[in-house]
Design a protein around this ligand. Structure first.
Ligand SMILES: Cc1cc2nc3c(=O)[nH]c(=O)nc-3n(C[C@H](O)[C@H](O)[C@H](O)COP(=O)(O)OP(=O)(O)OC[C@H]3O[C@@H](n4cnc5c(N)ncnc54)[C@H](O)[C@@H]3O)c2cc1C
Length: 401
């Protein structure tokens, strides 16, 4: 059996690319998605920042909620920020959220309407072999040939000293008003020597919120998520009764090097394997959608079996300077986890909301990057920056290694 494009892994990146390729201009291509899960259910709540200049993405209309106020907190210290005002087009910076089941349904609908894109559920891929005609071997031993293979499986990791972002979230409903739906609680810090620990609250309504406990720490640290969440929720809801209506959990490797597409082998990474996850935040949603859109645009002029031979898919690129700043930031946090909440509090206290949103969304300009650097204590960051600069200077300056 052979296809023009085989996508291994139908999660966010794999399904988003398949939905792009389901459009009529790609109808000459035969596309196959192989996904190990049997069915799609809600398993993630994707949140992201939007600045007034952010372009809408294909799934913007499916957002569950937007907030223009956000806060961070440590003990009695509370910092609340809000998008100051809308721009001329009536747009303000906001924090948005979209449930994964809604995304999955939309992408699956596009695929089912196309006629040239197929999705096979319950199919686990054992191996991908690159070459002039790359192939994919399923765990049943079936071999499928392709023009290009996109590998959207999560990258493997087994080094226990790596940094991970681990979290567990419960969406709860209460029997009386408890939450303030006007403002997201981005980080409610609980300082610890084992890692950066905070709670996160997305208040959908006064009686409905997603509450998460999050750790950025070495992977060897194993928090008791259930106990932490129960304690935090009990103190947040007081005497109100609550029920858990949905749960999610994640463990994201923050120290992975990503791989580039191998043009000779016709195998390209997609999603987290391509480097879409930002190390300092664990966010990947918008970067993933932007990347698959670029891949589809570059394919428009090669959208037939013959033209595919000369096509080179667009690689995901993060600006080296931003990657370097993230690396420095994480290394400073790691030096003394107990101080790490303080750095975040400083940033929120000293920076205006526009700069903060630009920084958090990875869209900061030079002026805003300097403001961020100026809001952080000079000594630890300068020492770490110098050591990371010596290591990465050729990359940051754009030279080849
Ligand atoms: C619970 C959770 C919440 C998150 N929240 C946010 C957020 O708020 N904002 C944000 O920006 N990012 C968030 N992320 C990070 C990131 O956006 C997601 O992890 C996103 O799903 C990554 O997309 P992906 O395509 O790389 O991987 P995935 O969406 O995980 O897709 C990988 C797919 O590959 C399949 N697969 C794996 N192995 C095989 C195999 N051998 N054969 C066939 N199929 C296989 C899996 O079943 C899966 O469907 C979150 C992550 C998690 C886990």
């Amino acid at each position: 059996m052979s296809f023009d494009i085989v996508i291994v892994g139908g999660g966010l990146s794999g399904l988003a690319l398949a939905a792009e390729l389901a459009q009529a201009e790609f109808s000459k291509l035969r596309v196959l998605v192989l996904e190990q899960r049997q069915s799609y259910v809600r398993d993630r709540t994707w949140s992201y920042w939007k600045t007034p200049r952010s372009p809408a993405h294909r799934y913007s209309h499916l957002e569950r909620q937007q907030w223009t106020q956000w806060r961070v907190r440590q003990g009695e210290r509370l910092q609340q920020q809000g998008s100051p005002k809308a721009n001329n087009a009536g747009k303000a910076a906001c924090y948005c959220t979209l449930d994964s089941d809604v995304f999955y349904s939309s992408a699956l609908h596009a695929i089912s309407q196309s006629g040239h894109v197929q999705l096979r559920l319950g199919t686990s891929v054992r191996q991908i072999a690159g070459g002039d005609t790359p192939s994919v071997e399923t765990s049943d031993g079936e071999v499928i040939r392709a023009g290009w293979v996109f590998d959207a499986r999560p990258p493997r990791h087994n080094n226990t000293s790596r940094l991970v972002q681990q979290f567990v979230g419960y969406e709860i409903k209460t029997d009386r008003d408890v939450f303030d739906p006007a403002a997201v609680e981005l980080m409610h810090f609980h300082p610890s020597a084992a890692g950066l620990h905070f709670f996160y609250v997305l208040p959908y309504s006064p009686r409905n919120a997603l509450v998460e406990t999050t750790w950025i720490s070495p992977a060897s640290h194993q928090p008791d998520f259930a106990a932490e969440l129960q304690q935090f929720i009990t103190s947040a809801v007081g005497s109100a009764a609550y029920e858990v209506v949905y749960q999610e959990k994640g463990s994201l490797n923050l120290s992975l090097n990503h791989t580039a597409p191998d043009n000779a082998l016709h195998v390209a990474p997609l999603g987290r394997g391509a480097g879409t996850l930002r190390a300092s935040t664990g966010y990947a949603f918008l970067e993933t959608l932007e990347h698959v859109e670029k891949i589809a645009m570059s394919l428009e002029s090669h959208a037939s079996r013959d033209e595919l031979k000369t096509w080179v898919p667009t690689a995901f690129k993060r600006r080296a300077l931003d990657a370097w700043m993230d690396e420095v930031f994480l290394k400073v946090l790691e030096r003394d986890w107990r101080k790490s909440p303080w750095y975040f509090m400083q940033l929120f206290e000293r920076l205006d909301p526009d700069t903060m949103v630009a920084f958090l969304s990875g869209k900061a300009n030079w002026r805003q990057r300097l403001l961020v650097a100026g809001a952080l204590p000079t000594l630890p960051f300068a020492a770490q920056a110098l050591s990371a600069w010596i290591d990465r200077a050729p990359v940051v300056l754009g030279a080849r290694r």
